[in-house]
Design a protein around this ligand. Structure first.
Ligand code: NAD
Length: 475
């Protein structure tokens, strides 16, 4: 691949490539080298993007549904046709191994194709002599989409697909840490979508708040941390913006006494450590019944010992670095806290010095429930294994949490697993797996893990508002 620094990464506004007077640097987390500069959009730039989206809205709203479906398929085909190029960019900015970057882009291409097939319901509310009323779902207008750095393209597609399908226009902001693949996708789509329908702006910390308080943005679809989600909600009140918030999680995995250790060790490991633990729905606390604790601990430690953590661009790397310096420091602080508290480690426990934000797979051996490593979302390759004997107590501890994003139950008995799943206070529960999400199913954070729904028919509706039309019927 040509050096990224030689490529121009411009914003997409009203169908044009647009720069800004200032730029921000994008750093490769494996090398700590600056790989490219991107525009640092100011308020005037954002206003131009919102104006473009507003101007394009009536035409896009009135575009036949089938044409909007075709536009989504075009986006999917564009992703699929540029997997190699986009994956190389994604690995350079995000850090994940190249195969995982390719997987993310292929998943995004498939996902938007599935969304393209979805339909909005039309409900005949009454059909009486004299009056008929029909409720349908119409677009909101201009949507602002704000995306984090762990799955930059996939999570952008979760917003682009349903927003555009339902007739909204979009101003999309990737994370300042990972804007490159998204800008490149924008460039590839520049001539394939009507101007103003999809706009992409990049910038530093000031840009998100400018979007969330912008009076001409009708909805914010936000994915990121709970702390930022609270700020988004506060600032959205001025024009009563609609909000979808997909926020943090501290997902518990509960391993029952009848779990098949040999069968679950590998999938459980990846449930915890895929994408170096930087997954909102990663298993972040693992409650293991005493009957299987020692065998499972040994099996996980064995897998951890075989992992190659390295530059995602280098063949053989199975896990990449943590994506940015601030996150690296947070994860290192959690490990240091466990060391200071005298916790034992089944894997990891120290972070070697050197270039890149690399943290070895770290498994903490039965820390107390009030330890920071149990209570806080690590969002990195650090997971506590916690021994329990009483299942009710394990479920209570799993639920004793401000988050409610996901959780998993691991057992050889589906009925028992289902019974535990029914008691988990989370928006998603998996049995003998974790992390898998689908465009067919609602994804909703309970408690402080979010507000509203993404994905599935309910997620599509979040980009619309009901409109009831009454018409007289000759009686
Ligand atoms: P973050 O909240 O720091 O940033 C997310 C996005 O919000 C970025 O684009 C950022 O620039 C922007 N932003 C920052 N401050 C803002 C503000 N005041 N107003 C508006 N926008 C602002 O999160 P992150 O560190 O990028 O991502 C990690 C977090 O995201 C974790 O907590 C993780 O669990 C969560 N996450 C949740 C999901 C989900 O679907 N529930 C998915 C992925 C990540």
């Amino acid at each position: 691949m040509a050096s990224l620094a030689d490529s121009a990464f411009a914003m997409l506004i009203n169908g044009c490539a647009v720069d800004a007077s200032q730029t921000i640097a994008v750093v490769n987390p494996a090398t700590e080298a600056v790989v490219a500069q991107v525009p640092d959009c100011d308020e005037a730039g954002l206003n131009a993007a919102v104006r473009a989206a507003r101007g394009a809205f009536p035409g896009w709203r009135d575009t036949p549904y089938a044409q909007r479906q075709a536009a989504l398929r075009t986006i999917g085909a564009t992703l699929a046709a540029h997997v190699d190029e986009l994956a190389a960019i994604l690995t350079a900015e995000q850090g994940k191994p190249l195969a995982a970057a390719m997987g993310e882009i292929q998943a995004a291409a498939w996902w938007i194709g599935v969304v393209a097939e979805q339909e909005l319901p039309v409900h005949v509310s009454e059909d009486l002599p004299g009056q008929r009323s029909v409720t349908r779902h119409v677009p909101l207008g201009v949507v602002g989409a704000i995306v984090p750095w762990n799955f930059p393209l996939l999570l952008a597609i979760w917003k682009i697909g349903p927003a555009l399908l339902t007739g909204n226009t979009l101003v999309l902001k990737p994370s300042p840490f990972t804007p490159l693949a998204t800008l490149r996708l924008g460039a590839l789509l520049r001539d394939l979508l009507p101007p103003g329908v999809l706009n992409i702006v990049t910038g530093g910390d000031a840009l998100g708040p400018l979007m969330t308080r912008h009076l001409d943005i009708d909805k914010i679809s936000f994915t990121g941390s709970t702390a930022t989600g609270r700020r988004v909600m506060e600032s959205a009140s001025a024009n009563l913006k609609r909000l979808t918030l997909e926020l943090g999680g501290n997902d518990a995995a509960i391993i029952l006494d009848d779990a098949d250790v040999d069968a679950i060790a590998e999938p459980l490991f990846w449930a915890c450590f895929a994408n170096s633990g930087q997954v909102c729905v990663a298993a972040k606390r693992v409650y293991v019944h005493d009957a299987v604790y020692d065998r499972l601990a040994a099996a996980l430690a064995d897998i951890a010992a075989r992992m190659t953590v390295g530059d995602g661009a280098v063949d053989g790397s199975q896990l990449g670095p943590v994506q940015n310096r601030a996150q690296y420091d947070r994860v290192c602080a959690l490990i240091a806290d466990s060391v200071a508290a005298g916790h034992r480690f089944l894997a990891g426990g120290d972070v070697p010095d050197g270039q890149g934000y690399f943290i070895p797979v770290t498994i903490v051996d039965n820390p107390p429930n009030d330890a920071r490593v149990v209570q806080e979302e690590a969002f990195g390759p650090v997971v506590p294994l916690i021994r329990y004997t009483d299942l009710d107590d394990a479920i209570a501890r799993a639920n004793d949490c401000d988050y409610g994003l996901g959780g998993s139950v691991w057992s050889s008995d589906m009925d028992r697993a289902q019974a535990v799943a029914a008691r988990m206070e989370t928006g998603t529960v998996w049995i003998n797996s974790a992390q898998g999400l689908s465009p067919f199913a609602a994804f909703a954070g309970h408690k402080q893990s979010g507000l509203g729904v993404e994905n599935g028919p309910d997620g599509l509706l979040e980009f619309t508002t009901p409109q009831s039309v009454y018409q007289p019927v000759a009686g």
